[in-house]
Ligand binder design. Structure first.
Ligand code: SF4
Ligand code: FES
Length: 238
């Protein structure tokens, strides 16, 4: 059974004067071992004080996003064997305050998500049973609805790094998702929320969000769609 070296970011702002990396050696104890399973091994067998987030362990909840060997990804979907033989370096999500070790404060990220009003605003009373949608109308909101709010895109974004108030790729992807929805009737309000100093125009179309998204979504394309809609509104009023 081969051994793998893990360098793991450690920091407790309450007691540590500076962050550090701790080195752990863990066995590759099963085929397909994921980074998340290795972190659980470290926590259970080597250092019970290691802090990280996880829940579903299958790429659904988005809570295990972290920086692994140079890229933001989900620890539960990253196999150690994919990462080469030089060991594994694990760090927390960027641009969010570290609460402890690999756990960051997600509040600012979710505050931006809440700000864009991530729910239907049809402007009319709900029908008795359901809002019907054609296949074509539904296709317009696909695949953005697969976003699991993991914040990999937010952490990889160079604009988020320099402007903490920038709404960021995930919130803007969701703003676009509702702006595209045939059941929604609040485009003016949605564009008002994102057509502002820290909104859509701050995106420099660098594509780093798209590159890291574990669900292969296209936040950059969604932001471009919002820019088009905002310009159309300004120029033609619709
Ligand atoms: Fe995560 Fe992709 Fe959603 Fe960004 S767009 S929060 S990377 S799933
Ligand atoms: Fe839920 Fe990884 S633990 S996405």
């Amino acid at each position: 059974m081969a051994d793998i070296t893990f360098k793991v970011f450690r920091f407790d702002p309450g007691t540590d004067s500076a962050p550090r990396f701790d080195t752990f050696v863990a066995p590759l104890f099963k085929k397909g071992l994921t980074v998340l399973e290795a972190l659980f091994y470290i926590q259970e067998k080597l250092d019970g004080s290691l802090a990280f987030r996880a829940s579903c362990r299958e790429g659904v909840c988005g809570s295990c996003a972290m920086h692994i060997n140079g890229k933001y990804r989900l620890a539960c979907e990253t196999q150690v064997s994919e990462l080469g033989s030089d060991g594994v370096i694990v760090q927390p999500l960027g641009h969010l305050k570290v609460l402890r070790d690999l756990v960051v404060d997600m509040e600012p990220f979710f505050a931006k998500y809440k700000y864009i009003k991530p729910y239907l605003m049809p402007g009319s009373p709900s029908p008795e049973r359901e809002w019907p949608q054609t296949v074509g109308e539904h296709a317009k909101v696909m695949p953005s609805i697969d976003c699991i709010l993991c914040a990999c895109c937010h952490a990889s974004c160079t604009v988020t790094a320099t402007d903490p108030d920038y709404l960021g790729p995930a919130a803007l992807l969701w703003a676009d998702r509702f702006a595209r929805d045939s059941r929604d009737n609040s485009l003016d309000e949605r564009l008002r929320l994102v057509d502002q100093l820290h909104g859509i125009w701050r995106c420099h179309t660098i594509f780093s969000c798209q590159e890291v998204c574990p669900k292969d979504l296209d936040p950059t394309g969604c932001i471009a769609d919002l820019k088009r809609k905002a310009m159309k509104r300004k120029l033609f009023g619709h």
